[in-house]
Design a protein. Structure first.
Lengths: 121, 502
């Protein structure tokens, strides 16, 4: 279970960072979301993975650490608010700048390339 | 009085909420009066808190009665109360400036401003790393909104970078906290400091990773070298009072490095002692160099001020890297001085920009300013302070840091870098001043009045510098005590345990 879990967190983080490094706001927002998923899973695992362990005393033979669960809850709420904010900001930026590139302008090289692509195609 | 440590957080929070409700919600005048009154109250409260923690020792506030290390604590020691007072004073001045008109560009300036103050104060006062993260988020989300306040292409563009960078930073912060909780098993700073030396060999490697990841996050907030590229653009795009308030935001990062890496990973941390110091040395020195180059290359007064913030951050990091009490004390003095003066510089840049019409604050030849004399005097004083010329506080701050560097092996690097960067700043700022104030084409046309509130705000910020010199010995005595409190951890732990018994 641990290996599977670690693998999932790793894949999510890798994809998240890859997408954050892209040039368009949409992919960046998706990347940030993936990153926050990865972080939440990771935080949850910091209290060790345990089967059948309730976080409340007296509910099960073994109990699991409740603190990481509280932390994850906080992190989820904050992450959710931040995602909402960044989506609105991305839309505003699209409206203000006329494109959805994170720099507010599409790099010249790219536009030239796509223009020449069109000519060739 | 027992609840004093939480007032600097509660006051701005409640004030912000009240401002969103009737009868205050619809009138900018009422917002202004109320906000200024609250800020004055906050300055008084912070001063009281500082005095009481100075006289009666560290005050530990146990939130909700949940005893440490399980519950969240607020720790008001000399360092944190000093930072809270600094925030309040800077906040008051920035707000006075904003009341002269900048708060009308959009809705809800004052409530956002209050939330920002609340986040900053919380970050300084908290004694729990996860709570530090929460307050970071509070201050960040308020800063996102304040930065874009008023709207416009430039602001949106700067804000997109700022928000995305900080969201990635927050994720890294949480990764670091997860690692540290998984290995150390606690999030209370003092408790972590006690447990770090007891870690097993396998856990040490993980905890080291966590500690260094935290440095990345704090470095991003503080604008340390490879992570500082967001700062000049962001600060130059923000409206003047917001940029002035942001002068303290980089110091939140510096404070966190100081708090976390001196307390948890300090000299007593066994195998993990001083893990960040080898990184801080080169990064701090290179930050100064990059900042100085930035100052030279800046085409406008606002960008110059932003790059001066980078220089001051580098100087502070170098002082922290020396890892000795004298240097920390010098860093604290320099921190007070540099925060207030960079705040003043952003405000002056805005005054200049309003006076020069289309030329704004760019270094181009334009018509004479209608009120060149007043602004010129303010600029001259601010320039003296920020470059570090005698007799003002910048000089004292730099001397203290250079003195503290004596006997450290890296002194051969510190002295030349700090001194040459000062020279570079001197050259760049003299050029800026001569272009803006002396090399004018044609007489002034029309009169652009300066609102008296703006002048008062700038004057208040500038007069702190001579005060820091006149009361220099009192201030350095205080920073000495604060530094020794930070480095010598035993009294703090005892008082937290005592706080737990109550």
């Amino acid at each position: 279970m641990e290996a599977m879990y670690a693998f999932c967190v790793g894949v999510l983080t890798t994809c998240g960072f890859f997408l954050v490094l892209r040039g368009r706001t949409f992919t960046v927002v998706i990347g940030l979301t993936l990153l926050s998923y990865a972080v939440n899973l990771f935080l949850f695992a910091s209290g060790r993975l345990k089967l059948d362990g309730a976080a409340v005393l007296g509910q099960s033979a073994e109990y699991s650490d409740p603190l990481p669960q509280a932390l994850v809850l906080t992190a989820i709420v904050i992450g959710f608010a931040m995602t909402a904010f960044v989506v609105i900001l991305a839309m505003r930026s699209r409206a203000d700048q006329g494109n959805d590139h994170v720099d507010g302008q599409i790099p010249e090289q790219l536009t030239n390339l796509s223009a020449s692509d069109k000519r060739n195609g | 009085m027992q609840h004093l440590p939480i007032y600097p957080i509660l006051l701005p929070m409640l004030a912000a909420i009240f401002m969103l409700l009737p009868p205050l919600s619809n009138s900018i005048t009422r917002h202004r009066v109320f906000a200024v009154l609250v800020m004055i109250l906050l300055v008084i409260t912070s001063a009281f808190l500082l005095l009481s923690s100075h006289q009666h020792g560290v005050q530990v506030y146990v939130l909700g009665g949940w005893q440490p290390p399980f519950g969240i604590t607020l720790v008001a020691d000399r360092l944190s109360t000093m930072m809270v007072l600094l925030t309040s004073v800077l906040g008051l001045c920035a707000q006075l400036y904003a009341c002269a008109g900048d708060d009308k560009d959009g809705m809800f300036f004052h409530p956002l401003f209050m939330f920002q103050i609340m986040g900053i104060n919380g970050a300084f006062l908290t004694g729990d790393v996860f709570n530090l993260f929460v307050f970071f988020e509070v201050l960040l989300i308020a800063s996102y909104a304040l930065l874009i306040h008023g709207g416009g292409k430039q602001k949106t563009k700067a804000n997109v970078h700022y928000v995305i960078l900080n969201l990635v930073g927050s994720s890294i912060f949480l990764f670091a906290l997860g690692i540290l909780y998984g290995t150390i098993g606690s999030l209370n700073i003092e408790d972590m400091a006690n447990k770090v030396p007891l870690l097993g060999e396998h856990e040490q490697a993980l905890a080291k990773t966590g500690g260094l990841l935290l440095l990345v996050v704090f470095g991003l907030k503080a604008a340390m070298l490879p992570l500082h590229f967001w700062l000049p653009k962001t600060y130059a795009a923000a409206s003047a009072p917001v940029a002035a308030l942001f002068a303290i935001m980089t110091k939140v990062g510096i404070y966190s490095i100081l708090r976390v890496h001196t307390t948890i990973f300090g000299e007593d941390a066994g195998a993990l002692a001083s893990i960040v110091i080898p990184w801080l040395w080169p990064l701090g020195l290179l930050t100064i160099v990059m900042g100085a180059i930035g100052v030279l290359a800046s085409p406008s007064l606002r960008l110059t001020s932003a790059n001066l913030v980078v220089v001051s951050v580098g100087t502070l990091i170098v002082a922290i890297a020396m890892e000795r009490e004298a240097a920390t004390s010098a860093a604290l003095y320099y921190m007070i001085h540099s925060t207030l003066v960079t705040g003043a510089l952003f405000l002056i840049a805005d005054l200049v920009s309003k006076q020069r019409g289309k030329a704004e604050d760019r270094y181009v030849i334009a018509r004479q300013m209608p009120h060149a004399k007043v602004i010129g005097i303010a600029f001259f004083i601010a320039a003296l302070v920020v470059i570090g010329m005698p007799p003002l506080s910048g000089f004292v701050g730099k001397i203290l840091i250079l003195q503290a560097a004596q006997g450290v092996t890296e002194m051969v690097w510190v002295w030349p870098v700090v001194l040459i960067s000062s020279l570079v700043c001197l050259v760049a700022i003299s050029r800026a001043g001569t272009t803006i104030f002396w090399r004018s084409a044609g007489e002034a046309t029309g009169d652009v009045p300066i609102p008296p509130l703006k002048l008062i705000a700038v004057a208040l910020l500038l007069c702190t510098s001579p005060l820091l010199v006149v009361f220099g010995s009192a201030v350095t005595d205080y920073t000495d005590l604060a530094a020794s409190q930070l480095h010598d951890r035993t009294p703090l732990i005892e008082s937290i345990i005592e706080g737990g018994d109550e």
